[in-house]
Write a protein that binds this ligand. Sequence first.
Ligand code: GLN
Length: 228
Amino acid sequence: MVRVGLAMLQGARYEHAEAIKAASLQLGVEVEIIHLKMGKQVNAELDCLILPGGESTAMRKASQSESLLEAIYAWMSEHPTRPVLGTCAGAILLAQPDSTHEPFIRTGISRNAWGRQRDSFEAMLEVRLEVPVGKDVELSADERNQFNHQPLPVQPSGSESSAQQFHGVFIRAPRFEQSSIKCNPIVSLGEETVGVLDGARLALTFHPELTGDYRFHRWLLHRASNAD
Ligand code: GLN
């Protein structure tokens, strides 16, 4: 059983819950998703965490009353080998935590650096990350969340692991400061790195939870079941 802590501060959080359910079916791994709203819910029982995308300033504000981010950062410092997936605003929170924590991914990041909301875009990406291939399972309509979000279809690309292509959705996304990247670049858009892995921390500047390709969620579950 893998216990997944999902930060419910703001943003695309329900889509991540759905993606985790799908990934767990694909891998045949049992999961429990803990919807984190208060710092006191963050404990040693959690095997991994997800910091969703949305608006990082709004998230920091939403965190204040129940100290959720503070507890998440403390947990990450205490459990460096337990995996964390941060997407978009979540990547910003990993690269720029609060004043008492060192960055959890070693790279600079610039907010809104592709432009304004209307400059949001989709593009094919190249992924270099070892991920177990999952069974071909889709969620049924009643396993989906109440917002009836329809994930973008996966491109038919032969074997996922060999094709390494991923449909990237960038929504007023941040950019890694390319010359400052001191961890492992694992996703690129042409020449530019848009996903990095630093130890057990995976930070993506796009929104994988909006597509029906759950490989990053499978990575999280697989890594969590093999962590200390
Ligand atoms: N623009 C947001 C921020 O600065 C990030 C966008 C996203 O998560 N889609 O926090």
